[in-house]
Design a protein around this ligand. Structure first.
Ligand code: ADP
Ligand code: MG
Length: 334
C-alpha cells in the first residue's frame, strides 16, 4: 500500500507564517545518539551527532498532544535568546505504534539548574548579569509577540560555554490576547492556572488568576544557588511568597481577594515585606531589580522591557563580555 503524500503548506504560505522556510524533515538515521541529557515530565532528551556535518545536537521526543501548541510557537519565534529548532523527524516503530515526533536543537553545554547545583561553579556578578540580560531580552521578545512561556525556571534555560543563554522548553507556551481586541472570544484568554513549576509561580497564578504574564525567580536563584521559594503545596507556596514579599493588602494589591483562589482562605498571616533586607548583600542595583521583579501585584511588577532599562544593567560591573568568561568545560555534563 502506498502512503498518502504528507501535506505541506506551499512555501510562500510558510514564509508568510514563519518568516522563513523550513527545508523539510530529516530522518532518525541522520543522527547518532550518544548520551541522555535529561528526562522531563513527558519524554527524554538525548545528545546526538548529525553524522554528515558532525554537528552536536539535542533530540527531544515529544508527545503531540503536549506540544501541539508549543511546537508551532517555537517554529514561529526567531530570536538569539530563544532555542531554535534545527530539524525534526518522525519515527514509527511499527505500523500500529503511534508516531513519535522528535525536535532537534543545537546542543548546549549546560542548563542553569545544573550549573547552579555544581559546587565547582562560581558565577561572577557580571556573568549573572550577562545571563539575566539574555533571559529578559528573550522574554521581552516573547511578550511583545504575545507569547507566554509559562514554565520559566532554571532547568529550562540552556547555557553554552561561550556565555549564550537560550530559553527552551515551550511545551506549555501559549499565545495570549493583549485585551485590546474586544472581538476576540473570552475563551481564548483563559489559560489554565496549573502551569509553571510551583517554586516559580507568581502569586496571582496560585490565587487562581487566569490572565497573567509572570516572571520567574531566576535572578535570586543565580545568587543564592537554589530556588528561593520552595513551597510544598500551593498554600505553602503562597505562605512562602507572603513571608518574603509581604502579605498583600488593599493598598499594595487592590482586589486581590477577589481572585478565585482566595475563596475559602479568609485570612493569611500578615507578614511584612522583606525582599530588600534579605538580598541587601547583593548590592543596591541587584537588590532593587529583585524587589521590582518580586512585586506581588502584577500591575506593579516591572515588565521585561522595563527591567532591561534598569540601572542594574548599566552600572558596574557591566554584563560580562562572553569572550572573557572562565571556560567551564571541566565540569561539562555527564
Ligand atoms: P522537558 O519538557 O522534558 O522538561 P526540556 O526541553 O526542558 O524538556 O529538556 C529537559 C532537559 O534536557 C533540560 O532541562 C536540559 O537539561 C536538557 N536539554 C534540553 N534541551 C537541550 C539542548 N538543546 N542541549 C542540551 N541539553 C538540553
Ligand atoms: Mg523542561
Amino acid at each position: 500500500m502506498r502512503r498518502p503524500p504528507t501535506l505541506r503548506r506551499p512555501e510562500h504560505e510558510e514564509e508568510k507564517a514563519y518568516g522563513r522556510i523550513f527545508k523539510g524533515c530529516g530522518s532518525k538515521h541522520d543522527y547518532q545518539v550518544t548520551t541522555k541529557l535529561g528526562e522531563g515530565t513527558f519524554g527524554e532528551v538525548h545528545k546526538a551527532v548529525h553524522m554528515r556535518t558532525g554537528r552536536h545536537v539535542a533530540l527531544k521526543r515529544i508527545l503531540m498532544h503536549n506540544e501541539k501548541e508549543g511546537m508551532p510557537i517555537l517554529k514561529a519565534l526567531n530570536h538569539p535568546c530563544i532555542v531554535n529548532i534545527v530539524d525534526m523527524f518522525v519515527v514509527r516503530s511499527s505500523a500500529t505504534d503511534p508516531l513519535s515526533v522528535y525536535m532537534v536543537f543545537p546542543y548546549m553545554d549546560h542548563d542553569l539548574a545544573g550549573l547552579l547545583e555544581n559546587e565547582r561553579v562560581r558565577l561572577q556578578p557580571s556573568q549573572i548579569k550577562l545571563y539575566m540580560k539574555q533571559l529578559l531580552e528573550g522574554t521581552e521578545y516573547m511578550h511583545r509577540n504575545h507569547i507566554l512561556h509559562r514554565d520559566m525556571k532554571a532547568a529550562n534555560l540552556l547555557i553554552s560555554n561561550q556565555g549564550t543563554l537560550l530559553i527552551a522548553d515551550f511545551g506549555l507556551a501559549r499565545a495570549f490576547d493583549s485585551g485590546d481586541n474586544p472581538n476576540r472570544r473570552d475563551k481564548e484568554r483563559k489559560y489554565t492556572n496549573c502551569v509553571v513549576t510551583r517554586w516559580y509561580r507568581p502569586p496571582e497564578l496560585l490565587l487562581g488568576a487566569r490572565q497573567y504574564g509572570g516572571e520567574g525567580c531566576v535572578l535570586g536563584e543565580m545568587f543564592v544557588r537554589r530556588p528561593i521559594l520552595q513551597g510544598n503545596t500551593d498554600l505553602d507556596q503562597l505562605e512562602k511568597i507572603w513571608n518574603l514579599c509581604g502579605t498583600p493588602n488593599q493598598h499594595s494589591w487592590p482586589n486581590h481577594e477577589l481572585l478565585p483562589g482566595c475563596e475559602g482562605v479568609t485570612r493569611f498571616k500578615t507578614y511584612p515585606r522583606k525582599v530588600r533586607p534579605t538580598y541587601e548583600s547583593f548590592g543596591e542595583d541587584t537588590c532593587d531589580l529583585l524587589d521590582r521583579l518580586l512585586t506581588c501585584n502584577p500591575r506593579e511588577r516591572i515588565t521585561a522591557s522595563q527591567a532591561l532599562d534598569h540601572d542594574y544593567f548599566w552600572t558596574d560591573p557591566l554584563p560580562a563580555d562572553p569572550k572573557s568568561l572562565p571556560q567551564v568545560r571541566l565540569f561539562s555534563r555527564i
